[in-house]
Design a protein around this ligand. Structure first.
Ligand code: MG
Length: 158
């Protein structure tokens, strides 16, 4: 088995969409980035790549490449899972935690899990999405940004 860990953070600013786990969430601020800045999916992608020792999301989809400007991170995640599969692994499970102060994301978690499960082509019971606030502390607590962490377990494909 192979364990993987992913971490990502993006700035929050007015005039941007807030897209988390492939869900567009109504809010007065959104995440700033070269792609759609879906911090949750980026953490998942990095966990998968890390478990297979295949580098990170920046190696495969550099933010200097205009091809990935505004990219749908669900597409990136699909491509990452394809790389992992081609490397001989299947996903046992992925567990994630988002850290953001506002808005409440709980009502959207079911849809996020469905999006991630579909992109990774696994059953929902292999995908966990959780959320917590920064308790007002630090950049996430002060709503300057949102962060996400993910761990995953890969098994050799039989
Ligand atoms: Mg990112």
């Amino acid at each position: 088995m192979r364990i993987g860990y992913g971490y990502d953070v993006h700035r929050l600013a007015p005039g941007h969409d807030l897209i988390l786990g492939g869900v567009l969430i109504p809010h007065d601020k959104g995440l700033v980035g070269h792609s759609d800045a879906d911090v949750l999916l980026h953490a998942v992608a990095d966990a998968l790549l890390g478990a297979a020792a295949l580098g990170d999301i920046g190696t495969h989809f550099p933010d200097t490449d205009p091809a990935w400007a505004g990219a749908d991170s669900l597409d990136l995640l699909r491509q990452v899972m394809q790389l992992v599969r081609e490397d001989g692994y299947r996903l046992a499970n992925v567990d994630t935690t988002m850290v953001l102060e506002r808005p409440k994301v709980k009502p959207h978690i079911a849809e996020m899990r469905q999006n991630i499960g579909a992109a990774l082509d696994v059953d929902l019971d292999r995908v966990s999405v959780k959320a917590t606030t920064g308790e007002g502390l630090g950049p996430t607590g002060e709503e300057a940004g949102a962060a996400a962490r993910a761990v995953c377990l890969l098994r050799p494909r039989s």
